[in-house]
Design a binder for this molecule. Structure first.
Ligand code: ATP
Ligand code: MG
Length: 162
């Protein structure tokens, strides 16, 4: 499994992926394997879910030590940004706008992006309303979809089958 993931960057020279599948099929696990393989190559990786990402931006609103653009720059310029579980977050206007900015910055700067989600792109489009089309169209252009099948590893661990 690790070999397959580690081979993706070599095969494509970029790491853009969107890992879509039904629930609990190792998306985060595989995204973490991609992150580790790049960190071992001394590449910079930012890995997380939308809510804490946006929390980092929000924190700057009351903190003079860091400007929101400093945080945005980290999301924009790291070698690889991994957004885990896109679509799980509560979507306000500000969330829509900011997630769009994050994805668009990857797009205009030609930087790699890995997204994991349990949702279809149609669901994401709907969820992100005004910005849904623009977000999905960038994901479609930047990312190669990978649908994961296989066991629910959590169930398998407990029950011995999935
Ligand atoms: N190849 C594997 N071998 C053994 N355990 C695995 C493997 N892949 C994933 N797991 C384990 O299965 C569990 C579920 O994997 P993971 O959290 O990556 O799934 P997910 O698709 O992100 O789930 P969710 O939709 O709930 O976010 C984790 O505990 C993970 O470590
Ligand atoms: Mg997960």
């Amino acid at each position: 499994m690790r070999w397959r993931i580690a081979s993706i960057p070599r095969a494509t020279a970029r790491w853009d992926l969107s890992l879509c599948c039904s629930l609990h099929k190792a998306k985060t696990h595989l995204a973490a394997a991609i992150a580790i393989s790049l960190l071992e190559k001394k590449k910079s990786v930012v890995f997380g879910t939308v809510t804490p990402f946006l929390g980092q931006i929000r924190k700057t609103f009351d903190d003079d030590r860091e400007h929101e653009w400093d945080v945005m720059r980290r999301f924009s310029w790291c070698d690889l940004l991994i957004i885990d579980d896109l679509g799980k977050e509560k979507v306000s206007d500000w969330v829509q706008q900011t997630v769009y900015e994050i994805i668009n910055n990857r797009y205009v700067n030609n930087k790699s992006l890995v997204i994991t989600t349990n949702m279809s792109l149609g669901d994401i489009r709907e969820r992100y309303q005004e910005h849904g089309d623009a977000i999905v169209s960038r994901i479609l252009e930047m990312c190669r979809g990978v649908r994961l099948d296989g066991p629910d590893w959590r169930k398998k661990r407990v029950l011995g089958n999935a």
